[in-house]
Design a protein around this ligand. Sequence first.
Ligand SMILES: [Zn+2]
Ligand SMILES: [Zn+2]
Length: 178
Amino acid sequence: MCTFVRFSWIRQKRTMAVSNKESVINAVERILDNYLEMNNHRKTLERYTILRAIYSTSGHFTLEELNERLLRDMNFHVSRATMYNTLNLFLELRLVIRHRFQGSTKYEACYDNTSHCHQICTICGKVMEIKSNEISLAVENMPTKRFRKDGFTLYVYGVCSTCQAKITKKKKKVNVKS
Ligand SMILES: [Zn+2]
Ligand SMILES: [Zn+2]
């Protein structure tokens, strides 16, 4: 009995997660619909396919990675110029945010996630998303001047444990030699 309850609860959670993703996709598609209609732009298949691809997965991606994913998963080819212009439009509509990480430009869906905290290793460049209610709360309570807060991005720089271990190993070798 207990196992069953647990199982159905997990299933319920999963379907909720899926429908939540769909409702987010519907919401961002509506934003794009409105913008294109208001500005008399064409509702191209490219724009909607790219938007759907961005919101179907989570995490950071480069323009090239998004292109590869479209080709691999949807057999959909988009030129580099179209991809670039579409991402710029999404930036303007605040559907994606752009990060300039060490040596690469990455994008991220942001409609349903307005608080972005990242830890960045300054040696290998690895970026990880961190969830912090404390920081979100601190920003929420932070006074601003004649300003409505919509979201924030935070970068915490340091050294990851893998790089830290490599450094320690190297130091030990140097000590043994000398
Ligand atoms: Zn992020
Ligand atoms: Zn590292």
